[in-house]
Design a binder for this molecule. Structure first.
Ligand code: 5GP
Length: 117
């Protein structure tokens, strides 16, 4: 549930109510292709537990936070991303957060610049 008592778009994807290209899934998270990719490979690693954003994660969320990163690693391995990949979490309006359900972006498939903004 979000602060309005409704379910966010990622929760509806997790519940298979709206379609998405689900590339990996386990009991704790899903990996979907981003609908508006910013790189040749752009996926979102999304916990099934609705943590709204990183700033609201709790000490009890340490295992799921670690699991999400290892899922990113696993995805990169399955895709053979030996030339590199980037993981990003946008937290809050200044960072460009648009969906209030924690997710990690994984981008790859082209050389990227730093800093990104
Ligand atoms: P944020 O801006 O919150 O960090 O990232 C949200 C991401 O979710 C954006 O990159 C956006 O393109 C993606 N997104 C938003 N709605 C959908 C959707 O319905 N399906 C998929 N696959 N991605 C979505």
């Amino acid at each position: 549930m979000n602060s309005n008592g409704g379910r966010d778009i990622f929760q509806k994807i997790i519940d298979h109510e709206i379609p998405a290209e689900i590339l990996m899934e386990d009991e704790q998270c899903i990996v979907i292709r981003d609908i508006n990719p910013g790189a040749p490979i752009h996926v979102l690693i999304i916990p099934k537990k609705n943590i709204p954003r990183l700033a609201e994660a709790q000490e009890s969320d340490v295992p799921i936070l670690g699991h999400l990163l290892l899922m990113a690693q696993k995805f990169a391995q399955t895709q053979g991303l030996s030339k590199g990949f980037r993981v990003v979490i946008n937290n809050g309006p200044d960072a460009g957060e648009s969906v209030p359900h924690l997710h990690i972006h994984l981008l790859a498939g082209k050389p990227m610049i730093w800093p990104p903004c």
